[in-house]
Design a protein around this ligand. Sequence first.
Ligand code: NAD
Ligand code: TYD
Length: 355
Amino acid sequence: MILVTGGAGFIGANFVLDWLAQSDEGLINLDKLTYAGNRENLAALAGDPRHIFVHGDIGDRQLTSRLLSQHQPRAIINFAAESHVDRSIHGPEDFIQTNIVGTFHLLEAVRGYWSSLRDDARQGFRFLHVSTDEVYGSLAREEAAFSETHRYEPNSPYSASKAASDHLVRAYHHTYGLPVLTTNCSNNYGPYHFPEKLIPLMIVNALAGKPLPVYGDGQQIRDWLYVRDHCSAIRRVLDAGRPGETYNVGGWNEKPNLEIVHTVCALLDELRPRADGKPYREQISYVTDRPGHDRRYAIDARKIERELGWKPAETFATGIRKTVQWYLENQDWVRNVQSGVYRAWVEKNYGARQP
Ligand code: NAD
Ligand code: TYD
């Protein structure tokens, strides 16, 4: 079996659901269930003996060591992280704890376990670390997209903490020979995306008749990847990636934020028109920019295509339509994640931003 961390979050839950839809290999899912972790994402797996959910912290070395020796996984996929840039600006400490210290403790537990394996199992073992394009910093408009050899230049507490974890993973390969793989992917979107991030926030606010807060001039560029394409890339890297290597994963969909918001509005105009017949884009409200806001991210995904034959299946047009439809069909999920804690975050992040 394999062990997945953070499998109750957005990407992790999509990965777990896809994995068990395609394979009978069991999976242990270790998740701390922070505000971003949601067992409802995994409701379809209730009673499925292939899915073992464990509520716990990647930084709890005793727990992870016990899970490893008990279940003897052949691979670990580390999704667990604090993942939201705006939260890292308001409070960086959790990011340091989970993304750096937590990853360190996980690596130590894995090193102990891996060293105790027999030769063939040691060789076949993989530790796949899921990271982000944000570790490379910000690109000017005319600069080439991030390749795997681009220098690390993280600008937010979030990206700095992910960069540190990437370095630790690299060092465990270089120093101890641990067979690691690292993936650095661009912005994901799709089902189960927590509505603190751009795309789900815009869908949820639009439907609730609330303002659509665009930071600064809305011309920052992100490179969007449909989450299930990301999951297929991770499976491919796990199967065929070369230990010690890094693979950039992107959707070839560079778009300015304002265009994303316009697209979401247009789809909602078509699929769920406003009662007053007016366009959703009237709800757009320009607000104070994010401090240190990276201007542009773009992924050069040619290495994973060339070496492993992976390409995204969705275009942005097909992926965003599926996403908007999913939110329209899963309004109960949306209501359930909008807890008091969520509302407190919205007040903290948006209350002080001037329209
Ligand atoms: P998320 O915030 O939706 O989910 C994170 C999950 O990790 C949650 O279920 C949470 O409960 C769990 N978790 C947090 N701290 C933990 C801890 N100490 N121990 C165990 N579990 C813990 O994040 P996501 O968007 O699904 O991102 C998953 C991974 O992908 C992260 O490592 C993130 O940095 C990376 N990534 C995300 C994106 C994106 O667009 N969302 C892009 C690039 C990379
Ligand atoms: P986000 O989804 O937070 O991802 P990241 O910061 O990791 O790229 O934000 C995507 C882009 O959208 C980013 O440029 C910030 C911008 N943004 C807004 O304009 N308004 C918002 O309310 C949010 C959450 C993000």
